[in-house]
Design a protein around this ligand. Sequence first.
Ligand SMILES: NC(=O)c1ccc[n+]([C@@H]2O[C@H](COP(=O)([O-])OP(=O)(O)OC[C@H]3O[C@@H](n4cnc5c(N)ncnc54)[C@H](O)[C@@H]3O)[C@@H](O)[C@H]2O)c1
Ligand SMILES: CC(C)[C@H](C(=O)O)[C@@H](O)C(=O)O
Ligand SMILES: [Mg+2]
Length: 424
Amino acid sequence: MTVCVPSSLSFVASCGSSCLNSRFRGSTVSVRGRSYGRRSTFGYASKTWLAANLSRHRVAVLPGDGIGPEIMNVTLEVLRRVGEHFHVEWEFAEALIGGAAIDATGDPLPMESLAICRSSEAVLLACVGGPKWDSLPNKQRPEAGLLRLRKDLEAFANLRPVRTFPQLLDASPLKRDLIAEVDLIIVRELTSDVYFGEPRGIEFIPEGNGEREAYNTMSYRESEIDRVAKVAFELAMSRPRQQLCSVDKANVLETSMLWRSRVDAMAAAYPQVQLSHMYVDNAAMQLVRQPKQFDVILTGNMFGDILSDEASMLAGSLGMLPSASLGNGTFPGIYEPIHGSAPDIAGQNRANPIACILSAALMLRYSLKRPDVADAIESAVSAVLDRGYRTADIMSHGMQQRGCIEMGEAIVETLRESLRAPVA
Ligand SMILES: NC(=O)c1ccc[n+]([C@@H]2O[C@H](COP(=O)([O-])OP(=O)(O)OC[C@H]3O[C@@H](n4cnc5c(N)ncnc54)[C@H](O)[C@@H]3O)[C@@H](O)[C@H]2O)c1
Ligand SMILES: CC(C)[C@H](C(=O)O)[C@@H](O)C(=O)O
Ligand SMILES: [Mg+2]
């Protein structure tokens, strides 16, 4: 099976293609009788050069709820800036999801949104949910729209990289030495487990004097375990340490027992990978005791959800962690920060847009095959942190606090400065 993961890794992936843009309509300019291509901020490029180097990408943009529109606006500005420099023409196809979609259509994932996502090369999503919709029946909640999107696009492998920025070591409540140079990645299964298992429900117990019982089903098929385990093994192969820790609860749960046996069986095909297993309760503790012991962590949907929020504190904040949700290449990948809609700070210009911006960088790297552009964005984020700019969630002594918009402007400005030279 082909798995849709970074082309920079040692195996092939197909996540939608970048296409040469024959429709580009930039103005041409004439200098001393010679006709040149479109004048960019940075200089002139020949028509032939432009024809060969222009790319046009259609991206579904789903701002969602709460801080979603704020961080998405900033992220799109960053993409526009790098687009100008690298001659990437964007088609941002905006679509509704979550509470915003419920308010407009009654459905957290309208058919039209799904069609827009399916017809795009990648999906860039901010976050969904909020107290306004918390009392709706489960299937009508904003979160149900997100889960349906992941399932419909068969995005079964959710990659959640956790890297500490050296500039943010004091932003974490954990000790500097403990978190310096953490570089791990959680591969979270995303379309099965107790999130999707049937039966599920809340019912009155027969003869229970009005008492209700709620139940969910944790289930995994072998094929579901195998396909995500393969992603994790391949990823581990591509990394210098080549270590894989599979996290489960195989001392109690049948799903985990099956999980462990399938992962063990696959290990024979990857002799270079050093495989270990860990129970999830121990893994939660080890992540804060000695996070540098981890390289690639493979785990199920619910354990991965919880462990990744915990791991975000290694990087200083939930507002720092991006993610990529990938399938086998049939459908576009979904790129989303791991955090939620942060209703407590929504509408206050206090959100950290970096997780969303870094998710856009992952999109460029994985789906759009533009690691050069992704690098530029990641470097600009790092440079802005070097300058001491911080949103409230990563603020520490002596740094300069900025709002969401100002943080975005600083990143765009940094890109403007660092990308001054024309593309050769
Ligand atoms: N992928 C998603 O869309 C997603 C993920 C998690 C939660 N949710 C939903 O979001 C809503 C709120 O859930 P929650 O409060 O448990 O989790 P949350 O992630 O929204 O917020 C948890 C805490 O982290 C802070 N935070 C999160 N992102 C931040 C950012 N970018 N910058 C600064 N601070 C940030 C929040 O202010 C809050 O204090 C719920 O409706 C939940 O279902 C959605
Ligand atoms: C909102 C919710 C459905 C979602 C999840 O549990 O997958 C979120 O917590 C996440 O981590 O993306
Ligand atoms: Mg979560």
